[in-house]
Design a protein around this ligand. Structure first.
Ligand code: CAA
Length: 240
């Protein structure tokens, strides 16, 4: 039986690469998206991967979507919490709304998806949760108190939930990507990004597939003894 996997933010950027990598490993993937219908339709047509539109920051919407996924595809074995947004700005310019949106989506989304799937994984004695953190949650980043707090929270969330899942065969791990060549990073002003890339020892941005390969490993049978860990994939930019 193919494993059933939900990838949040799974139709674009790093999430798209993760959806494809898990599909290549034989999983039945359901790729979540928040609002970009055209992109999601194109993704589904190209890949044959089913999509599900819901807002990860809304607990009721997440529960309803998971119920529907279970009904259509079967019990959920793998969750990749990848959905994330930025609302960059220095603290003095950042609104409460920009703080809250990033915390609710990036960190709240992890809670909501885990809450809706964890008991099923525990009961069946197998599960994989991979949370996409960030180098900026490990090291901080000027202009990102919201994003850095949410991503740092993801790393703590991962280590706590890993302890709750361990004896039930449910592993919980995080990946901390560095700067990856996606729309999110392309939105950083060019001069700022140039300075960041100059500090990456490998000398370039990462590719989404380089994150996806790490996720595929953490979701595999072979990774059963890996839990509560953070895999940094950042070209050597931050060695943590
Ligand atoms: N450290 C110290 N000072 C800095 C700084 C830094 N890293 N960056 C900027 N400053 C200083 C500037 O030199 C400037 O100083 P002066 O006023 O003395 O000249 C001051 O801060 C204001 O800088 P800006 O003009 O850039 O301020 P702004 O309000 O227009 O923009 C910003 C601020 C929105 C944060 C902008 O700098 C920015 O977009 N930075 C990039 C943030 C970033 O890396 N985001 C990552 C997005 S991708 C992602 O998050 C994915 C992932 O996981 C890696």
């Amino acid at each position: 039986m193919a494993r059933i996997a939900i990838v949040t933010g799974g139709t674009r950027g790093i999430g798209e690469a993760i959806s494809l990598a898990l599909q290549a490993e034989g999983a039945t993937v359901i790729a979540n998206y928040a609002g970009n219908e055209a992109k999601a339709r194109d993704f589904s047509e190209r890949t044959g991967i089913a999509t599900s539109r819901f807002d990860v920051s809304d607990p009721d919407a997440v529960q309803a979507a998971v119920d529907q996924i279970v009904e259509s595809h079967g019990e959920v074995d793998i969750v990749v919490n990848n959905a994330g947004i930025t609302r960059d700005g220095t603290l003095l310019k950042m609104s409460y709304e920009d703080w809250k949106a990033v915390i609710d989506t990036n960190l709240g989304g992890c809670f909501n998806l885990a809450k809706a799937t964890f008991s099923g994984m525990r009961n069946r004695g197998w599960g994989r949760i991979v949370n996409i953190g960030s180098i900026n949650g490990q090291a901080g980043q000027y202009g990102q108190v919201n994003y850095a707090a949410a991503k740092s929270g993801i790393h703590g969330f991962t280590k706590a939930l890993a302890q709750e899942g361990a004896k039930f065969g449910v592993t919980v791990n995080a990946i901390a990507p560095g700067y990856i060549d996606t729309d999110m990073v392309a939105a950083v002003p060019a001069d700022v990004l140039g300075k960041i890339v100059a500090k990456i020892p490998v000398g370039r941005l990462g590719q989404a597939e380089e994150i996806a390969r790490g996720v595929a490993f953490l979701c595999s049978e072979r990774a059963g003894f890996v839990t509560g860990s953070t895999l940094s994939i950042n070209g050597g930019q931050h060695m943590y």
